[in-house]
Design a protein around this ligand. Structure first.
Ligand code: FE
Ligand code: FE
Ligand code: ZN
Length: 278
């Protein structure tokens, strides 16, 4: 089964997102748990969440991917921002119990001058306080472009975070194609090599989701600006190899490209046309 979807606005509610996904031939999607640049979250509507779960079951959806707000920085130098990250994380994980089996993706954070080691220690500290044994959500660390003081631009940094977390069976990784390309992992000319390195350092069993984005910037630019599929420095043939790769083809793919709904529908159609059934 090819699980392909895109980022959708959560403003009309859970069931509405499922219906939008169906209307653009998606069979999964990503959404923000709350205002991506702020912190406020709508009140949880358990009936709406249950209706979405039914829609997903009836239409063989892949796992839903909830994305933490960009303002969540678990390794800020500012203790009040780290506290906001802790409270947001805790609240999001509690709410996601209404969407059992979902994935929760977050950017590990930016250490803002404290150094990578301190950053990693602060991220593992928050994870050790928010994860709980009964949770039905898998928390994903996103691979980052290595912009500024971002943690997570190197596979080794994600490995160090995972190693510091007690309930590490609740953790996985979301690989963002734009980010890894910008970070200097050559998925265009050496996808096998990149995946072998991922497997050696993190383990491919941790890889649970792919953000499928082209990049506006050249290889190793450390920029993080997403481009439409086939229109950036990664290109459609590399994307085609990626979605069909034996180590990746079973994973859910989520578009975060600069598109409206019609643009996403066209990209989903394009990717479905180049995915090999076997
Ligand atoms: Fe992200
Ligand atoms: Fe992403
Ligand atoms: Zn990005």
């Amino acid at each position: 089964m090819f699980y392909i979807g895109c980022h959708l606005s959560a403003s009309a509610g859970f069931l509405a997102m499922g219906q939008t996904a169906l209307s653009i031939n998606a069979n999964t999607f990503q959404f923000f748990t709350r205002n991506p640049r702020g912190g406020s979250a709508k009140a949880m509507d358990p009936a709406d969440a249950a209706a979405l779960m039914t829609l997903c079951r009836e239409n063989d959806f892949g796992p839903l991917l909830a994305h933490a707000p960009y303002t969540l920085n678990a390794c800020s130098k500012d203790a009040s921002i780290r506290d906001f990250a802790y409270r947001t994380f805790t609240d999001d994980l509690a709410r996601l119990e209404y969407l059992p089996g979902s994935l929760y993706n977050f950017h590990p954070g930016s250490h803002v001058g404290q150094g990578t080691e301190v950053g990693i220690a602060q991220i593992t500290d928050i994870l050790n306080r928010v994860l709980f044994p009964e949770q039905k959500t898998t928390v994903l660390l996103e691979t980052m472009a290595g912009k500024g003081s971002e943690v997570g631009g190197q596979f080794t940094e994600l490995r160090q975070i995972i190693d510091g977390v007690t309930l590490s069976d609740k953790l996985g990784v979301c690989l963002d194609t734009c980010h890894v390309h910008d970070a200097g992992y050559d998925i265009v000319n050496d996808l096998d090599g990149v995946l072998a390195e991922f497997d050696r350092i993190i383990g491919l069993d941790r890889l649970r989701a792919i953000h499928i984005n082209d990049s506006k910037n050249p290889f190793e630019s450390h920029k993080d600006r997403h481009e439409k599929i086939g229109e950036g420095s990664i290109g459609l043939s590399a994307m085609t190899r990626l979605i069909n790769h034996p180590a990746l083809r079973h994973l859910p793919f989520y578009l975060e490209t600069p598109n409206d709904e019609a643009g996403y529908a066209a990209e989903i159609k394009l990717l479905r046309s180049v995915y090999h059934d076997c």
